[in-house]
Design a protein around this ligand. Structure first.
Ligand SMILES: CC(C)(COP(=O)(O)OP(=O)(O)OC[C@H]1O[C@@H](n2cnc3c(N)ncnc32)[C@H](O)[C@@H]1OP(=O)(O)O)[C@@H](O)C(=O)NCCC(=O)NCCS
Length: 140
């Protein structure tokens, strides 16, 4: 039984293992938790029986006009059950009154997002792979 929640309250780092599959330098679970806590919106899929987060999506936003969705992932063992679709739909609902909702993705995933009601676009980006695990917070 998968439960969906829109707050990271009550989520601990040890509920967040197994994500960032294939990333050379993934964020640690504690850093992942900080990312969720620092996001404007999150939707989490939680397997309460296993006491673990099995899927998540986050958005950073000005809360007025625009939101950007940096991350969406469902644990491999839980893929193909509609969880990813549900996470995107719930996030788009959270962003329903915003003019802009953007994300970047590989071409192969565009059909998945299109079925969630999104449309293709072009964009520009910078990636600094030395910071892929997350920037270490400065002391002040
Ligand atoms: C993309 C992802 C979140 C989808 O999650 P999911 O829970 O498996 O998705 P759903 O079960 O809701 O799948 C819905 C449909 O999308 C399709 N789909 C899933 N992943 C897809 C992908 N990478 N490319 C194209 N189609 C995909 C499924 O086949 C399914 O189609 P169907 O309904 O015709 O069977 C998941 O595959 C994942 O975590 N992938 C690795 C991380 C990733 O690529 N994230 C997106 C970054 S932009």
């Amino acid at each position: 039984m998968i439960e969906y929640t829109t707050t990271p309250t009550g989520i601990t780092a040890d509920m967040l293992g197994g994500f960032f599959v294939g990333w050379p330098d993934p964020p640690s679970p504690p850093t992942h938790l900080r990312i969720l806590q620092s996001s404007h919106f999150v939707v989490l899929a939680v397997d309460r029986q296993a006491d673990r987060v099995v899927g998540f999506i986050n958005a950073i936003s000005d809360g007025i006009m625009a939101a950007y969705i940096p991350l969406l992932e469902v644990l491999p063992d839980y893929q193909g059950r509609g969880i990813g679709t549900e996470l995107v739909k719930r996030m788009l609902d959270k962003c329903a009154e915003l003019y802009v909702v953007d994300l970047t993705c590989d071409p192969g995933v565009q059909s998945f997002y299109a079925r969630c009601g999104m449309q293709p676009s072009t964009g520009m980006m910078v990636r600094r792979y030395e910071y892929q695990a997350g920037r270490i917070e400065q002391a002040n």
